[in-house]
Design a protein around this ligand. Structure first.
Ligand code: ADP
Length: 243
C-alpha cells in the first residue's frame, strides 16, 4: 500500500479556537493508482496535501507512506522521507529564478537518496518536451513550460509517488491539458499520482476521485472512463478555429 491514512486529523489552534482542517480522514491508495482529491476552497485540500507530502504531521491518527509510519518522525527524518519518496508539484511551480531549467531539475539530486547525474536531468526535461529549453531561465518560459520543468524536477529522484497541489490552477486550457497528459502518461508507466484540485474537469482525468468537504471524505468513486488529455489536446485546435 502506498498511502494508508487512518482517522487522521489536523487541528489548528487559532488563539484558543480549534480549526479542524482535516477532521478524521481514512484513505488508502495503492501503488499505481491515479487519484484526484477534489473539494471547494477551505475544504482542507492543502492541509491534506501537506500531510500526504510529509510537510506536516497529523494531530492524531496514523499515516503510513510506502510502509513508513510518518507521525513518529522528527523533522530531519521527515525531510529525508519526503526527499526520497515524494515528487511534489505546486500550483506556483516554485522554481528558483536564478537557476536555469536544467539547474532547477538537478537541484534535488543534491539531497535525494537515489543519487543521479546531470544526464538524468537532461533526460527528465526531454521527457516533458523541454529538451530545447535546458538553459532558459524560468522567466523566459511560459507558465505551462515552467510547470513542466517543475514536473521534471519532481521526477528526478524517481519518487514512489507524485503529489500535485492544483498543478493546473494557474494555467490556460491548453497548458493545463499538457500537464494532465504528462500525469496520465506517468500513471500509465506505473507511477502513483495523487492530485488536488477544485476543478471537476481536471479531476476527471484521474481514475479515482475522492471528494472532501469540511475536512472529511464525502465520496470516493472510480471514474468509469477518465478524460484523455491527449485526445482533448488533439481536438483543441478545431475548437479554437471555430471561434
Ligand atoms: P483548501 O486547500 O481546500 O482551500 P485548506 O486546507 O487551506 O483548504 O484550509 C482548510 C481550513 O483550515 C480552512 O478553514 C482554513 O482557514 C484552515 N487553515 C488552513 N491552514 C491554517 C493554518 N495554518 N492556521 C489556521 N487555520 C488554517
Amino acid at each position: 500500500m502506498m498511502i494508508e491514512m487512518q482517522d487522521v486529523t489536523r487541528v489548528y489552534d487559532m488563539g484558543g479556537e480549534e480549526v479542524r482542517a482535516v477532521d478524521g480522514i481514512s484513505l488508502q491508495v495503492e501503488e499505481g493508482e491515479f487519484v484526484a482529491i477534489i473539494g471547494p476552497s477551505g475544504s482542507g485540500k492543502s492541509t491534506l496535501m501537506n500531510l500526504l507530502a510529509c510537510l506536516d504531521t497529523p494531530t492524531s491518527g496514523t499515516y503510513r507512506l510506502d510502509g513508513v509510519e510518518v507521525g513518529k518522525l522528527d523533522d530531519d527524518q521527515l525531510s529525508l522521507v519526503r526527499n526520497s519518496k515524494v515528487g511534489l508539484v505546486f500550483q506556483s511551480y516554485n522554481l528558483l529564478a536564478r537557476m536555469t531549467a536544467l539547474e532547477n531539475v538537478e537541484l534535488p539530486l543534491l539531497y535525494g537518496a537515489h543519487q543521479g547525474d546531470a544526464a538524468a536531468a537532461k533526460q527528465a526535461l526531454e521527457s516533458v518536451g523541454l529538451g530545447d529549453r535546458l538553459h532558459y531561465w524560468p522567466s523566459q518560459l511560459s507558465g505551462g513550460q515552467q510547470q513542466r520543468v517543475a514536473i521534471a524536477r519532481a521526477l528526478i529522484n524517481d519518487p514512489a509517488i507524485v503529489l500535485a497541489d492544483e498543478p493546473t490552477g494557474a494555467l490556460d486550457t491548453r497548458s493545463g491539458l499538457e500537464v494532465m497528459d504528462i500525469f496520465q502518461r506517468l500513471n500509465r508507466e506505473g507511477r502513483t499520482v495523487v492530485l488536488v484540485t477544485h476543478e471537476q474537469t481536471i479531476a476527471e482525468h484521474a481514475r479515482r476521485v475522492v471528494s472532501i468537504r469540511d475536512g472529511r471524505i464525502v465520496a470516493d468513486e472510480a471514474v468509469a472512463s477518465p478524460r484523455d488529455a491527449r485526445d482533448e489536446l488533439a481536438r483543441l485546435p478545431m475548437e479554437e478555429a471555430r471561434r
